[in-house]
Design a protein around this ligand. Structure first.
Ligand SMILES: Cc1cc2nc3c(=O)[nH]c(=O)nc-3n(C[C@H](O)[C@H](O)[C@H](O)COP(=O)(O)OP(=O)(O)OC[C@H]3O[C@@H](n4cnc5c(N)ncnc54)[C@H](O)[C@@H]3O)c2cc1C
Length: 328
């Protein structure tokens, strides 16, 4: 089962309700791509089964996909039928270092266009990796450059694994990569992934907000440039990491010694606008919830918002499910 959000405590019901993505989305897609059927308790107390173990099913309107990602606002998911897959036998974790985000972000669309689909393609500002490793009592293996791309490559044969790693390094070198390291034993791969997963840890006490925008992968370099210009304009420190292979970047807007900076709401809104300008989204995987619903108008015209409100009313006329999530 390929979906792996950074939150190791996520439950299946929550992952369906939040339509979770995570590091492996670039190869395997998101939660929606692996759900075949749901048992749902409606706000009226009735129980319905939506979907079936079928590849093709065009009868009626697809209510199952309406429930996926609805953040608990339409029904309670009590059973999930998932599609499972055979596991690839060989995996390697490749770290490629660059002097700047421009070179790193420009390399990624070229890798994808070459037809190579890694299990994960992550971008990490070096400062985050160093701090995360320190907090875990270990070290980050890269020293040259300032930012890293982390590729997890998983293939059915060892030959394919190494030839794809070589192709990735070749493309990165054309984009001025300054170093590359491959980890092919399980222990080292787990250690690197643990450092990546702990990225939030060292910043926990001084984060104003974590952005979750996504843009089409070809627009990643433009989006990064905009975010860096905005950081300068608002005089704020922003560190970034993210699932760059699918265009989803998490920018950490840092606080003022644990306090919310005065101008952070305006900065946040400008980052959202930049994502939407490039055909992107305000939130790729963390969801609308209570805090992003005020930004719905940035992404949707009034008609679409009215349709969503109508659907909520139809499912939950008394507004008893997840009050305040997505809808007022
Ligand atoms: C450190 C960290 C890293 C994360 N990394 C990622 C990531 O890489 N990718 C990603 O997609 N997300 C990520 N997330 C967000 C989140 O963890 C995931 O989206 C996850 O799917 C939530 O699952 P949960 O079981 O914790 O749900 P909860 O957080 O408990 O609930 C999430 C929402 O779903 C609703 N809900 C929960 N269970 C049900 C149910 N059975 N029926 C109906 N509604 C329900 C809740 O009301 C709530 O609105 C991360 C979160 C953290 C804290």
């Amino acid at each position: 089962f390929p979906v792996h959000p950074g939150d190791e405590g996520a439950q299946v019901g929550g992952m369906v309700a939040a339509n979770a993505g995570g590091t492996r989305a670039v190869k395997h897609g998101i939660m929606r791509n692996h759900v075949k059927a749901l048992e749902v308790v409606l706000p009226t107390g009735e129980i319905v089964t939506l979907g079936a173990k079928l590849l093709k099913n065009n009868m009626g309107i697809d209510l199952m996909n309406l429930l996926i990602g609805s953040e608990g606002t339409l029904g309670i998911i009590t059973k999930v039928t998932l599609r499972l897959y055979a596991k690839n036998k060989f995996s390697g974790t490749l770290l490629v270092s660059f002097n700047n985000y421009e070179d790193a972000t420009n390399a990624v669309p070229d890798i994808l266009q070459e037809g190579i689909t890694p299990l994960a393609a992550e971008y990490i500002d070096r400062i985050i990796s160093i701090k995360s490793a320190e907090q875990l009592g270990t070290t980050w293996p890269c020293s040259k450059g300032k930012v890293d791309l982390m590729f997890i490559v998983e293939e059915p044969t060892e030959d394919l694994l190494y030839s794809n790693c070589e192709k990735i390094v070749d493309i990165c070198e054309k984009h001025n990569a300054v170093d590359s390291i491959v980890a092919d034993n399980d222990k080292e791969q787990r250690r690197l992934l643990e450092i990546r997963s702990n990225a939030y840890g060292p910043y926990r006490n001084n984060i104003a907000d974590i952005m979750d925008a996504a843009v089409p992968p070809s627009k990643i370099p433009n989006f990064f440039e905009d975010v860096n210009k905005l950081a300068k304009k608002y005089n704020r420190e922003i560190v970034s990491l993210g699932h760059i292979g699918d265009g989803n970047i998490h920018n950490f807007i840092l606080g003022d010694n644990g306090k919310l900076p005065e101008n952070y709401e305006a900065l946040k809104e400008d980052i959202y606008k930049a994502a939407v300008k490039y055909g992107g989204t305000v939130t790729a995987e963390h969801g609308t919830g209570k805090t992003r619903k005020k930004h719905m108008e940035l992404q949707f015209p009034p008609k679409e918002i009215a349709l969503m409100n109508g659907i909520k009313k139809l499912f939950d006329p008394n507004g008893i499910l997840s009050p305040g999530n997505i809808f007022d």
